[in-house]
Design a protein around this ligand. Structure first.
Ligand code: TRP
Length: 476
């Protein structure tokens, strides 16, 4: 028999609760850490404009597709795809890509928690520093008073060299993620999103205004929006496409899972557009927050992954109020990371509930615990296992440490594959009248959506997949 999965029986209490949770899932380390890093490394404007094109032509149709599958299916990703397939007269084997998605989400949350752990440590360091600033009677002094630039930069290396510290932070973050997911959809995930997302937006606006006043906003705007098209190389396009998928939480059935908790059909197209707009808006605001500060002190915007951990703390040192705003900055990233990590853990958790019949606490404990263990391997890759190359036999991952291997394999292989299957399934297999009634799009929008999802998405995603796996095609 096919349709054996149980509905999880849970749901969002309102449409706005779903939107907040989905925006919370989308807005994360990808927006505040990865987007500015990539924009900085790739030279700014051309990358940003191409990225925005990817979000709306490729990402948005996929967001609506995943939500559609979940809305119809009303259960975990595997069961939901199976149900849509059966209702559309397609093979139930399509549900396999839901299982691959659940594995990908499980792997992503394992290293995501490790990186969020770094943020947690920095929030602690900056919080302690701010406390000292208050006690010294000068709460608005710059951050990390008295430390040299070398000392500030050295902190990152010291952290990486300490497995115990990394482990403690990873444990705390994964524990929090598990705690929220174990409490369920409405009293865990939804509640976290309704408190944390408004706090996030207040913090973000505060920091953008701070950067505009104290930093160099003119240079930042010019950097982010003036395109130098010669910098738009195939590699840059590839990373922009991949980043669009990651930032919108696509390709691992995350939005299928969240979509399955929607109880009524109301404007799924508008809801999807809101998610895409909010996510992109936050990424750009994050750029408008970070680069004025970087430029104000004449630092390098192309610093790469260490931008947030080495460049910014030093910038906060030289700025008035840096101790306070530096602390708030890391709290901001932490909040964004929590609402994303719960969405990742929820995908395999829902699978355990829907397909295995496990209780929610049991399922979230199994997958949260498993991801915690894989995360330990990732963090040991920064010190005791620094020489381990898990996929070293594969030229693409020859020189890649454990965390970057899990990140690279999920991001370059599993995520685009998931997005490809989603677009093929929804674009070619799903029943057209089911699509029409569920999404409620106007005929013109419906036609546009189907064109993008059936033709543009598979094509573009195949290009990401192939050029990602065989970078030599791009002449790299
Ligand atoms: N989108 C989140 C971010 O930008 C991360 C994330 C959450 C994610 N859920 C996902 C990425 C699902 C890929 C798939 O940080």
């Amino acid at each position: 028999m096919v349709a054996t999965s149980q509905t999880t029986g849970e749901g969002w209490s309102s449409r706005s609760a779903f939107i907040l949770a989905a925006v919370g899932a989308a807005v994360g380390l990808g927006n505040i850490w990865r987007f500015p890093t990539l924009a900085g490394e790739s030279g700014g404007g051309a990358f940003v404009i191409f990225y925005i094109g990817c979000v709306f032509l490729l990402g948005l149709p996929l967001v609506l597709s995943e939500i559609f599958v979940g809305r119809v299916g009303q259960t975990d990703a595997v069961g939901s795809i199976r149900k849509v397939a059966v209702q559309s007269g397609a093979s139930p084997s399509w549900s396999i890509f839901g299982g691959i998605g659940a594995i990908a989400a499980f792997l992503i949350v394992s290293f995501y928690s490790v990186v969020a752990g770094w943020v947690l440590y920095y929030a602690g360091v900056m919080g302690w520093d701010f406390l000292q600033a208050i006690m010294s009677g000068d709460p608005f002094r710059g951050a990390l008073a008295g430390e040299s630039q070398e000392q500030i930069q050295q902190r990152l290396g010291d952290m990486f060299a300490s497995p115990g510290l990394l482990l403690a932070m990873h444990f705390a973050f994964m524990g929090l993620t598990f705690y929220i997911v174990a409490r369920g959809v409405s009293s865990g995930i939804e509640k976290a999103a309704t408190y944390l997302m408004p706090a996030f937006f207040v913090l973000l606006l505060g920091l953008v205004i701070y950067g505009a006043i104290e930093g160099d906003i003119g240079d930042a705007v010019a950097f982010l929006f003036t395109p130098d098209w010669s910098k738009l190389t195939p590699q840059v396009m590839n990373s922009a496409l991949g980043q669009a998928l990651f930032s919108l939480s696509l390709g691992v059935a995350g939005l299928i899972t969240y979509g399955s908790y929607i109880k009524e059909n109301s404007g799924l197209g508008a809801t999807s557009a809101m998610i895409a707009f909010a996510d992109t808006g936050v990424a750009i605001l994050a750029g408008l927050m970070i680069f004025p500060i970087v430029f104000a002190v004449g630092l390098d915007p192309a610093a790469g992954p260490t931008l947030v951990f080495q460049t910014l703390p030093f910038a906060f040192q030289t700025m008035p109020g840096g101790a306070l705003f530096g602390f708030l900055f890391f709290i901001l990233i932490l909040v964004a990371a929590v609402t994303s990590s719960i969405s990742l853990l929820e995908v395999p958790t829902a699978w355990g509930i829907g397909e295995r019949g496990w209780s929610r606490p049991k399922s979230s404990a199994i997958f949260g615990g498993g991801a915690f263990l894989i995360g330990i391997a990732c963090l040991l890759g920064y010190n005791v296992w620094a020489d381990v190359r898990p996929l070293g036999f594969w030229s693409l991952f020859e020189n890649t440490d454990i965390l970057d291997t899990v990140d690279g394999f999920t991001g370059k292989v599993m995520l685009p594959l998931g997005a490809l299957f989603t677009s093929l399934f929804v674009g070619w297999k799903a029943d057209a009248s089911l699509l029409r009634t569920t999404t409620g799009l106007s005929p013109a929008m419906f036609g546009l959506w189907r064109f993008l999802i059936a033709w543009l998405c598979p094509l573009a995603v195949t290009i990401i997949l192939v050029t990602g796996l065989f970078p030599s095609i791009l002449g790299a």
